[in-house]
Ligand binder design. Structure first.
Ligand code: GDP
Ligand code: MN
Length: 385
């Protein structure tokens, strides 16, 4: 689960990681009032969306009077912000963060992430913060310092200091910088995070350190341990088809390709996606209807797949186990009657009651392309799209 920058900064504050003074606003007037309250002479208005790269897309702007803050907020609220991370469809802005603007001297990148290959958390730092850490990691990996953390021990002070020295922060700030890394790890660990990123962490002209940006991603598998975090969720930020799917207990993730897939079981879904790719086509989604799929769920699955306008063909790949092939076939036929399916559908069934299942499909009079193996199904669907 991702959260907004303003929410992440509230959590930073709890962990004594310094953030600029500011507050979230849902309308222009509120934004202006926040600027008045904060005081000062320059403010930053920041679009709150679950995607980075806002600076490059016009989602981070400086204003020099409270009226200008309100005006900027008015322009941002309701706009569709396109950044390098949103994809071409962009994200609608429904709230902005108004903060005091700081006189920035230096920008750093600081983060904590999970290193799957090393099976441990990794703390990351770079003196080249600001925008574009991904490109930096690709082009100049030596500009990034890392310390892997033994979860049994936690982050010891010497490792935090190694990171600070690696950043090349001014000697007078080593103590504060070390404290920030230690707190960052505490936060990361205690909330079961996948990622915590401060990009940029800045040193101001007044020689103070602040987290200017904040990104937190929680591990959904640990959600049950953090019931209180649930209220930080913003369903408006989720892909609408994914949201609809989750409301119907369907495991659906949208992707780039044009072959819609419907499968029972996550492993089978993965294998099906591999085969589609191997055949030279690209999956449009991951959709696991699960073992206990009902006719309603299969119908909903079809609707969701077809709701993605880039889908040119559908592959249904079912292995009848707990879910018998005849039950599934009945569900599919029923669904096909309820939903107008305007793209070819390839079906591969195997397992319990497979003959009955195939007979039901054949007798339905509906136009399914029947495949007799997974590889055959993948070839057939590639031929279509
Ligand atoms: P992102 O582009 O979505 O990652 O948004 P950020 O919060 O990182 O803001 C982008 C950039 O705006 C930062 O890297 C800073 O260079 C700049 N920025 C944001 N707030 C301030 C500020 O208060 N003062 C100054 N000088 N620059 C700022
Ligand atoms: Mn940033």
């Amino acid at each position: 689960m991702k959260i907004h920058e303003y929410q992440a900064k509230e959590i930073f504050s709890r962990f004594k990681i310094p953030v600029p003074r500011g507050s979230v606003a849902f309308d222009a007037k509120e934004a202006g009032n926040i600027a008045e309250e904060i005081g000062g002479s320059r403010w930053v208005v920041k679009a709150q969306i679950h995607a980075g790269g806002r600076g490059k897309g016009g989602g981070v702007r400086v204003a020099e009077t409270p009226e200008a803050v309100a005006e900027t907020a008015k322009e941002m609220l309701g706009m569709t912000l396109v950044t390098p991370q949103t994809g071409p469809q962009g994200r609608r802005v429904s709230k902005v963060l108004v903060e005091e603007a700081l006189a920035v001297k230096q920008e750093f990148y600081v983060g904590a992430a999970v290193d799957r290959a090393r099976q441990s958390p990794v703390m990351i730092g770079s003196s080249e913060g600001g925008m574009g850490i991904e490109e930096l990691a690709a082009s100049r990996p030596e500009a990034i310092v890392r310390e892997w953390v033994d979860v049994g021990i936690g982050l010891p002070a010497f490792q935090a200091r190694n990171l600070v020295f690696g950043l090349g922060i001014d000697a007078s700030l080593v103590r504060v910088g070390t404290g920030i890394f230690l707190q960052l790890y505490r936060l990361f660990e205690s909330f079961d995070c996948m990622l915590v990123e401060i990009n940029p962490l800045v040193v101001t002209e007044a020689n103070q350190i602040f987290a200017l940006d904040a990104k937190i991603e929680f591990d959904d598998n640990a959600r049950y341990r953090h019931k209180d975090l649930q209220e930080l969720d913003d369903p408006g930020e989720q892909e609408s088809l994914e949201l609809e799917a989750s409301e119907h207990r369907l495991n659906y993730i949208r992707m780039e390709g044009n072959v819609g897939i419907m499968v029972n079981g996550a492993g089978l879904a993965m294998a099906t996606m591999d085969l589609i790719k191997q055949a030279g086509a690209k999956p449009a989604n991951f959709l696991d209807v699960g073992g206990g799929a009902t006719t309603e769920m299969v119908t909903k699955g079809f609707e969701i797949i077809l709701g993605d306008k880039s889908v040119r063909g559908i592959l249904i790949n079912i292995f009848g186990g707990i879910l018998r092939c005849d039950v599934l076939a009945n569900g599919v036929v029923e669904a096909a009657r309820n939903v107008a399916i305007n793209v070819p559908v390839v079906v591969r069934l195997d397992g319990t009651n497979v003959e009955e299942g195939r007979d039901i499909l054949a007798a339905s009079g509906l136009d399914f392309v029947v495949a007799d193996s997974m590889a055959d199904a993948a070839e057939k669907v590639r031929g279509i799209v």
